[in-house]
Ligand binder design. Structure first.
Ligand code: UTP
Length: 293
């Protein structure tokens, strides 16, 4: 058994977020909050819980909100101290633990997810790493999704890609994998295709926004041309990686909210509010009043 630990994680936050305009005109969609915490912070907390201590953000045109969020806010902290708002001061101070480093790399043009990951090449170097798409919010129930994946990765040192069953008519919104055993939690991927129409999809197993990849992916990304939607697709480079080494699909335990869509984002807000001690009663009674109206 190879023992490895994933220490670096890439957060591509350079997308245009067109489905959330106008909210995303001046801020990245990853800064949209679910209850009171931005999506990117949930993803960062998930990575840190899995043992990551270097966060590599691939930013786009509206990068300042994300860098500011993870930076120290002297003035705000000072004001909170003066007002003796100790609880909220703790929250603001502990957004990133002190042992964790943040690196920001600018993706000069939104050429696609594959291109965003390639921008992290120098920061990652020659080691396996995680990629987290913050607009997929995952409630891992027993353990955070990335920690589940890291446990699987540590068994073999092979790449791990999170997948889940998606409805057949929605295969054209996902990367879809063909695996040896669809019923198994972990199964080697035989093929992967970006956004196939339902009649061409090899299965209903859709890729969600969590990956653990070996560094060989970078050489392949350098050669990857524009694919689906005219973008440089990570899926296409993974398809090439499959020709060289085993890549495993992993069906994680937990619930994923597609916060890149309005419906998924609203669902996440309602469900996370219903889990909050202060908001739970309000949500339940308000929801029933809506039904009665
Ligand atoms: P999406 O396909 O959701 O695109 O990107 P998008 O631009 O963010 O959103 P819509 O579809 O226009 O509403 C998937 C992930 O890849 C990142 C996005 O930030 C998101 O996390 N991404 C995409 C980049 O970082 N750079 C890109 O060039 C494209």
């Amino acid at each position: 058994m190879k023992s490895r630990t994933i220490k670096k994680a890439v957060f591509p936050v350079g997308g245009l977020g067109t489905r959330f305009l106008p909210a995303t005109k001046a801020i990245p969609k990853e800064m949209l909050p679910v209850v009171d915490k931005p999506l990117i912070q949930y993803a960062v907390e998930e990575a840190v819980a899995a043992g990551v201590d270097m966060l590599v953000f691939i930013t786009g045109r509206n990068k300042t909100a994300i860098t500011d969020h993870f930076d120290k806010a002297y003035e705000l902290e000072h004001q909170l101290e003066l007002k003796q708002k100790d609880a909220v001061l703790e929250v603001v101070r502990n957004i990133v633990p002190s042992h964790v480093d943040c690196i920001y790399i600018r993706q000069s043009e939104a050429l696609g997810l594959g291109h965003a990951v390639l921008c992290a090449k120098k920061a990652i170097g020659d080691e396996p790493f995680a990629v987290l798409l913050a607009d997929d919010l995952i409630d891992g129930k027993k353990a955070p999704c990335l920690a589940q994946m890291a446990d699987q990765f540590n068994l073999t040192g092979e790449s791990v890609i999170a997948v889940e069953q998606v409805s057949h008519e929605m295969t054209d919104q996902y990367g879809i994998v063909e695996v040896g055993d669809e019923g198994a939690q972990t199964s080697a991927i035989k093929s992967i295709i970006e956004k196939p129409s339902p009649d061409l999809a090899p299965s209903n197993l859709g890729v969600v926004g969590r990956y653990i990849l070996t560094p060989e992916i970078f050489t392949l990304l350098e050669k990857t041309g524009r694919g689906s939607g005219g973008e440089i697709q990570l899926t296409d480079a993974i398809s090439d990686l499959l020709q060289q080494q085993t890549v495993n699909a992993f069906q994680f335990e937990g619930v994923r909210y597609d916060c890149g869509s309005r419906a998924g984002f609203l669902k996440a807000n309602i469900e996370y509010a219903a889990k909050d001690d202060e908001l739970r009663q309000l949500i339940v009674s308000y929801a029933s009043s809506l039904v009665e109206a």
